[in-house]
Ligand binder design. Structure first.
Ligand code: HEC
Length: 232
């Protein structure tokens, strides 16, 4: 072996022995490396939840003059169980009409009945505390509640078809982030079929009861909400 080649081999060996790659390091290095990886997963999950719009539906809101604002103290805890639903026009439950959303955008009415955004915090009895990572991924990939093959379908407006196309690691990152949240006890009601809706909220059927009515009443509602005095 030439002198230069020997020198290069020895230098490489020296570098290899001194790197901090986890495979060559001691147990402390390996633990630190894994902690960092786990932390990065949670940060990525947080980012994906923000850009994926999960808070729009899954977080209760504070109602402000500027409109509903995410309540950071009840982040991702789903439709608040204790808030009564406003009355509901029967048309919303039949195809071809306007569909409706509750005031804080966590409850929805449409031809499927009434659906409520789920509690995604890690509370063990009312959230995803007992869900494994695989159950979470399977539910979103298959559009089946809790990922059960013959179970009920996940209802609108949960956009599972789109989220199902995310990469496996991204879905796992979202799960890890959700597991890092403070658990919030909030038993979101089970969805309700159109036939049963009247048992859970006042269902009204005449348009005069349901609609604000003439244009000037709509305008005055708008003024009240926006504080403006626009004329209609
Ligand atoms: C437009 C509103 C909306 C958005 C946006 C939304 N969800 Fe949902 N989500 C819902 C509703 C409503 C339900 C309840 C559906 C039901 O009961 O079948 C739900 C249910 C779920 C469930 C429970 C599934 C099951 O097995 O029952 C999970 C998990 C979930 N959403 C995760 C997410 C994540 C993660 C995001 C963001 C990437 C997200 N959702 C965005 C409305 C939404």
């Amino acid at each position: 072996m030439k002198k230069e080649t020997l020198f290069a081999v020895v230098s490489l060996l020296f570098v290899a022995c001194n790197t901090h790659s986890p495979s060559a390091g001691n147990k402390e290095d390996i633990d630190q490396y894994h902690d960092k990886q786990a932390e990065n997963m949670v940060l990525r999950g947080h980012y994906l939840v923000i850009v994926g719009g999960c808070n729009d539906c899954h977080s209760p809101k504070k109602l402000t003059p500027q409109g509903p604002v995410v309540d950071s103290e009840r982040l991702l805890s789903g439709h608040p169980a204790t808030v009564p639903l406003p009355s509901l026009h029967v048309d919303a439950l039949t195809p071809g009409h306007w569909m409706l959303m509750g005031p804080d955008l966590t409850a929805y009415a449409g031809p499927w009945g009434i659906s409520y955004a789920a509690n995604l915090t890690p509370d063990s009895s009312t959230g995803i505390g007992v869900w494994t990572e695989d159950v979470f991924v399977k539910a979103i990939r298959t559009g089946k509640h809790l990922g059960v093959d013959n179970g009920r379908s996940i209802l609108p407006p949960m956009p599972w078809e789109e989220i199902a196309q995310w990469k496996d690691n991204d879905l796992r990152a979202v799960y890890r982030y959700l597991r890092s949240l403070p658990p919030i006890r909030n038993q979101v009601p089970a969805p309700v079929s159109p036939q049963d809706a009247a048992k859970y909220t006042k269902v009204i059927s005449t348009s005069s009861e349901a609609m604000p009515g003439p244009a000037h009443r709509i305008a005055s509602n708008l003024n009240r909400l926006t504080g403006s005095h626009q004329k209609m």
